[in-house]
Design a protein around this ligand. Structure first.
Ligand code: AVI
Length: 324
């Protein structure tokens, strides 16, 4: 629901339309191991369920990351410096960036980038009214795809890209490496990346985090099928799939799947897609890193890891990378 009194704000729109959504879903379901792109979780309902996941006790990421931010925000703001242009990838409800903005010295602009058009517009309008001195320019885009970054009205001292929440972990290794290279070219020499990176830990903790008692992660997973049914005229029977998430230690990732309970077929874009009983659709991976592996990747993309902050248990890290 839009807040009254806020002016209508037009995003720069590079977001995928229905045709691309359909093409990507068909391509994923046509593979021997069926898969769906996790970026499509975040329609309005998916974004809302994800916000609720962030409040459950088992899903430690937001809580631990917030504690690291609170403990070290002064140092982070000093490193980012005066007059920065802040861009956020996967800005969601923009909750986290407020804390950062409140501590930065006269940031020139904030560019939130998100694929969820509805949520992006609402929160960008709210932020613009809360920070009247700040240029807020929402960009609707899949941040893995190429898109043009506009110039800020005021000249920034540096571009800093903020990528919290371990969303980086949702990228497979090759796209993850390419993503870091793209970020390095977007922020330019001397520019920075402030990134949340989830770390390897006890698999039991990970299992609980992606199998919460309230069933919110399952609901989040199912919402992808619900969205495909609604937006692409498909006929998935949600009752006949099960949420299945587990930690794969060999690949250092949590895998999320939807398992078909029975042999069945669904119809999409004029095609019939068959499922065997027990067959899975792989919907998401969440990679967990150790500090050395991540540093190697960052360095290969042209970044120096300047600072790493972690919590006492070393469950999560926030890292400040500078582009060489
Ligand atoms: C957004 N991303 C970092 C979350 C994660 O932990 O991979 C998405 C999520 N999937 C299930 N729960 C949360």
């Amino acid at each position: 629901m839009k807040d009254e009194g806020l002016t209508e704000m037009a995003p720069l729109d590079f977001g995928p339309g229905r045709d691309r959504f359909l093409a990507e879903v068909l391509a994923g379901l046509g593979k021997p191991q069926k898969e769906l792109p996790s970026k499509y979780f975040y329609d309005e309902r998916g974004a809302d369920v994800f916000e609720r996941i962030c409040q459950v006790e088992e899903y430690y990421i937001p809580r631990v990351e917030a504690s690291i931010m609170q403990a070290h925000i002064g140092e982070m703001a000093d490193l980012i410096g005066h007059n920065a242009l802040l861009m956020e990838f996967g800005s969601g409800n923009c909750e986290k960036v407020r804390f950062l903005l409140d501590h930065l010295s006269d940031p020139v602009a904030y560019f939130p980038v998100d694929i969820s058009r509805e949520q992006l517009l609402i929160v960008a309008e709210q932020l613009a009214s809360e920070y009247p001195e700040l240029e807020v320019c929402p960009i609707c885009a899949d941040y893995l795809a190429r898109f043009d970054v506009p110039e800020a009205k005021r000249h920034p001292e540096r571009r800093c890209i903020y990528f919290p929440g371990s969303t980086f972990g949702n990228l497979d290794p090759v796209p993850a490496q390419r993503f870091l290279e793209r970020v390095a070219s977007t922020c330019g020499q001397g520019g920075a990346l402030l990134i949340g990176v989830d770390l390897k830990k006890d698999p039991v903790v990970l299992h609980r985090a992606y199998n919460d008692r309230d069933g919110l992660t399952a609901e989040f997973n199912f919402n992808l099928l619900r969205r495909i049914n609604r937006e692409l005229d498909c006929d998935f029977d949600l009752e006949s799939f099960r949420h299945y998430a587990f930690y794969n230690p060999r690949m250092s990732r949590v895998e999320m799947h939807l398992i078909s309970d029975r042999e069945q077929a669904v119809h999409l874009g004029g095609q019939t897609i068959s499922f065997a009983a027990g067959e899975s659709i792989w919907t998401e991976s969440s990679y967990k890193y150790d500090l050395k592996d991540f540093e190697r990747m960052a360095s290969g993309a042209g970044f120096n890891v300047e600072r790493v902050w972690t919590d006492e248990r070393q469950w999560f890290s926030v890292q400040y990378l500078v582009c060489r």
